[in-house]
Design a protein around this ligand. Structure first.
Ligand code: ADE
Length: 251
């Protein structure tokens, strides 16, 4: 996908639809994301979709047809809120956060970073009326566990996407060289000063100053760590004959 030119238009716009928009105040004001907002690289618009519920009581949930425990978010308030978002920008990419969604990974994050405007719909209660799914472009789960709502998942998506935008992270190289970017491997162990901490030494090779040897060591550590912790990732990694032999030696 073509990378959007976020610099020309005052940054990437996130629209968050939630029943608890105040949950985002501190988290989006701090750290890297806060700085990116200050620099105008990302913008956030928070919408409480209860404001779109009809009737005096502004009801947003109801019992599921066919029975079952818990309450579902009704389609109408979300539909009206999304109509509004799409009316202001027909190019907006709408994502529903839900445990039933496609699993989030770095590739999906990279694809999202190609949009200039992403709207995140945060579910609550036991789920949402299925007809909401036809109003969104993508459904995403951040992992095989159930959160009490989509808000924490929305932070995860915003954080991971925003740090890919030019200018948000200091050096673009650190974004490219990390886990999951170039080759589907976990990162090797890293150390900073002091050389000995509570009896644990920094591996001698890292003090050698020999970059070729260090790179070789780092690659081997990456591969062995990925094999131990995430064999599912290793299946997609491209290894040389020598690297495959390292794995065989470990068996
Ligand atoms: N809402 C509840 N659980 C979730 C999950 N695992 N991912 C995304 N949204 C969710």
């Amino acid at each position: 996908m073509k990378q959007a030119d976020h610099s020309a238009s005052g940054g990437m716009l996130w629209t968050v639809l939630s029943l608890f928009p105040e949950m985002f105040d501190s988290v989006l004001g701090a750290s890297l994301f806060g700085k990116a907002r200050d620099k105008g690289l990302v913008e956030v618009e928070l919408i409480n979709f209860r404001d779109f519920a009809l009737g005096r009581h502004k009801v947003v949930d109801d019992a599921p047809f066919g029975g079952g425990t818990g309450m579902l978010l009704k389609a109408e308030p979300l539909a009206l809120a999304l109509d509004n978002v799409r009316a202001s920008d027909s190019d907006v990419w709408v994502v529903l956060l839900s445990p039933q969604g496609y699993l989030l990974d770095q590739q999906r994050i990279r694809r999202l970073s190609g949009h200039k405007h992403v709207a995140l719909v945060c579910g609550r209660y036991e789920g949402v009326d299925h007809r909401v799914c036809s109003m969104v472009d993508e459904e995403i789960s951040i992992g095989d566990y159930v959160l009490s709502g989509g808000e924490a998942a929305a932070w995860v998506v915003m954080d991971a996407v925003s740090r890919l935008l030019p200018g948000v992270v200091g050096t673009q190289e650190s974004v490219v060289k990390e886990s999951f970017c170039s080759d589907n491997l976990l990162e090797h162990p890293q150390y900073t000063r002091p050389r000995v901490f509570r009896g644990q030494q920094v591996p001698e090779v890292l003090l050698s100053g020999n970059h070729a040897v260090i790179e070789h060591w780092a690659r081997r550590q990456s591969i062995l760590r990925t094999a131990r912790r995430r064999p599912d990732l290793l299946e997609q990694a491209e290894l040389t004959k020598e690297e495959s032999d390292w794995l065989a030696e470990q068996e």
